[in-house]
Design a binder for this molecule. Structure first.
Ligand SMILES: [Zn+2]
Length: 263
């Protein structure tokens, strides 16, 4: 075999691998399992990074909020302070994808979180996307941004709502450029994730971040990727089978992941 054919062979192998990784959401476990208290490590951060460069999630024992951006995995601690997490850290839940930057849209000035969700819904609907998944990156300037993170809490079968009541802290940052990572799941997938938008943020200087409750965005633009493939890594250890996942409360999940705060 000539050198050239070896090179072409490697190239085509690489090309077909890349094809498999595009237009695909990779999810670790389910939000329902996390909501019911399955907060054990399913994979490591280094494994997660093979499946996407953009996304969100959390770490073992709900040790802060995860923001995956530009191929780096960041942890927002209970004060919203960001650090790049070590690659051996465990991940009980995450949704990530390789962003392909399919569509760039300029957003209306002055949006709050409900305004952004409504505008993104219009944008995905105009491309017939409400039944697909979406990974959206919003880069903008924020007058203020309200978010939360939490300290870790080791438990089993304690619901995420009960955990967050003990461990979460709200914070607000003002006048800063930030990136939002917005993950959209369609409503018929409400047994594996929360339908609608789930949003985390990180500041442009990578110093603060968290799970977003509310904001006032002065201006911003959105990179929208429509995704039609989904891969779920179901936990492999027997403890996972002790959870009755059909009994997860969708109201609680909505409150924890999309509501204003857990009270
Ligand atoms: Zn979150």
């Amino acid at each position: 075999m000539t050198k050239a054919s070896v090179f072409i062979g490697l190239f085509s192998l690489r090309f077909s691998m890349d094809m498999e990784l595009t237009n695909r959401m990779y999810q670790v476990s389910t939000l329902q399992a996390l909501a019911m208290g399955y907060t054990r490590s399913v994979i490591t951060v280094s494994e997660l990074l093979k499946h996407g460069d953009t996304g969100l999630g959390t770490f073992t024992d709900v040790n802060g909020e995860m923001i995956l951006l530009d191929g780096h995995c960041y942890q927002a601690d209970v004060n919203g302070s960001i650090s790049e997490i070590s690659e051996g850290t465990g991940v009980p839940f995450a949704a990530v994808a390789f962003q392909e930057r399919e569509r760039l849209v300029t957003l209306t000035n002055g949006l709050d979180i409900d305004g952004l969700k409504a505008e993104l819904n219009v944008r995905i609907e105009e491309k017939f996307g409400l039944n697909s998944l979406h990974m959206v990156r919003v880069d903008g300037y924020f007058e203020e941004i309200h978010a939360r993170s939490e300290v870790p809490y080791r438990s089993q079968h304690v619901t995420l709502k009960n955990i967050l009541e003990k461990t979460q802290k709200d914070f607000c940052f003002r006048e800063l450029p930030c990136t939002l990572v917005c993950v959209y799941f369609p409503d018929y997938m409400d047994t594996i994730n929360a339908p609608g938008w789930h949003i985390h943020f990180i500041s442009k200087d990578r110093t603060v971040g968290g799970h977003v409750f509310q904001f006032r965005m002065v201006h911003g633009e959105a990179l929208i990727d429509k995704i039609q493939n989904l891969e779920i890594q179901i936990p492999t250890e027997p403890a996972f089978d002790t959870y009755s996942l059909k009994n997860a409360s969708n109201d609680e999940i909505r409150q924890v992941e999309q509501g204003n705060r857990v009270s």
